[in-house]
Design a protein around this ligand. Structure first.
Ligand code: UFG
Length: 352
């Protein structure tokens, strides 16, 4: 059997770790580079526990050319999946230099080293954020691109950088994946999303409110008494924001299909990874309560700056060209997030 060795940058993060599991379960060898900026080392053991396979790990920063040169000189890397990046929208507005420096330099360095070692296949972790203020739904890959914050701009700039690299290097093959809203967790309950600090995203916030609500009244934390629903006057069915939530394991599977594409074609191509279905904030809260039999109190508060009413994917291109179709629904996503929450609390005593 011939093993294909894949480098996964940011492989201990939320999407990265689930993708490593899928790669290992499908016969790939995996090398992870992760500087633990937004992840913890125990995720490595969890990936190995779930898959029963060994992973090579480097606690390196992708922004260091020397470090990446070492990784490529010690391994015959045939393809790269590049997740490592800063991803907090609000922080990017306050600290744009930090975001441009990290998110652009990482990709530039990586591509430089890849070219040096003749590694020509790359999957890039992009985001539906590149569609900016959405004009028509569902969103197709050829929709106009724009951004509303520095984080989003780094994703769009990276897409453009990669297109130029492909133009200059006709043997390069890049697949850009534009993620919609990943939630859910691995069915083992061992991998999931539990961000450091107060979560910006809806699902991790719902999880904390649910966990807080299960505590004795006197032990409850004020911050997580209820979910703050950012506005109920959007032009949507119930007035709250609508998003295309996708199970993180489905998203991870999408990377394997993108990998096959990378091995079979040249140049750059762009794909949405979503389910094509939109759910509102209240849909998600209600589903979480229903499938897990828990309480998630909420209050309507002011809209969040920069939010749009609705965003969901046209999934036809990913289906036709990659064979990608999401298998899990919103109930599965809510159930698996809760399973991770339960498991996390069992292991650590608390989730926040
Ligand atoms: N929301 C709340 N309360 C919260 C958090 C979110 O009501 O505490 C609402 C938002 O207004 C929005 C929905 O829940 O309507 C989803 O918000 P998230 O923050 O979970 O996700 P976003 O769609 O805003 O952003 C996500 C990623 C970005 C990425 C974008 C791509 O966080 O990195 O999807 O579309 F760029």
């Amino acid at each position: 059997m011939i093993y294909i060795k894949v480098l996964v940058t940011g492989g201990l993060g939320y999407i990265g770790s689930h993708t490593c599991v899928e790669l290992l379960n499908n016969g790939y060898e995996v090398v992870i580079v992760d500087n633990l900026y937004n992840s913890t080392i125990d995720v490595l053991q969890r990936i190995e526990k779930i898959t029963g396979k060994k992973v090579d790990f480097y606690d390196f920063d992708v922004c260091s050319y020397e470090a990446m040169d070492t990784v490529f000189s010690e391994n015959k890397i045939e393809a790269v999946i590049h997740f490592a990046a800063y991803k907090a929208v609000g922080e990017s507005v306050k600290e744009p230099i930090k975001y441009y420096q990290n998110n652009l330099l990482a990709t530039l360095n990586l591509c430089k080293v890849m070219l040096k070692y003749n590694c020509q296949r790359l999957i890039f972790s992009s985001s539906a954020t590149v569609y900016g203020k959405v004009r028509s739904l569902p969103i197709k890959e050829d929709a106009p691109l724009s951004t509303t914050n520095p984080y989003g701009t780094t994703k769009l700039m990276n897409e453009e950088i990669l297109a130029d690299i492909c133009k200059a290097n006709p043997n390069f093959s890049v697949v850009v994946l534009r993620y919609f809203n990943p939630i859910g967790a691995h069915k083992s309950g061992l991998l999931g999303e539990n961000p450091k600090g107060i979560p910006n995203n809806l699902m991790p916030y719902i999880m904390r409110v649910a966990a807080n609500n299960e505590r004795e009244e006197k032990e409850q934390v004020a911050e997580y008494k209820y979910v703050k629903v950012f506005g109920d006057s959007y032009d949507t069915l119930d007035g709250t924001g609508v998003r295309d939530y996708i199970h993180v394991v489905d998203l991870a599977r999408g990377h394997l299909l993108a990998m096959e594409k990378c091995f079979n074609s040249l140049g750059i191509d762009f794909y949405n990874l979503g389910t094509g279905k939109g759910y509102s904030v209240l849909d998600l809260i209600n589903t979480y309560e229903k499938v897990n039999n828990v309480k998630v109190p909420y209050k309507i508060v002011a809209k969040r700056d920069g939010d749009i009413a609705a965003c969901y994917a046209d999934t036809n291109k990913a289906f036709k060209e990659l064979g990608f179709k999401a298998l899990y629904g919103i109930d599965d996503m809510c159930r698996d997030s809760y399973l991770y929450q339960k498991n996390y609390i069992k292991e650590h005593g608390e989730i926040f």
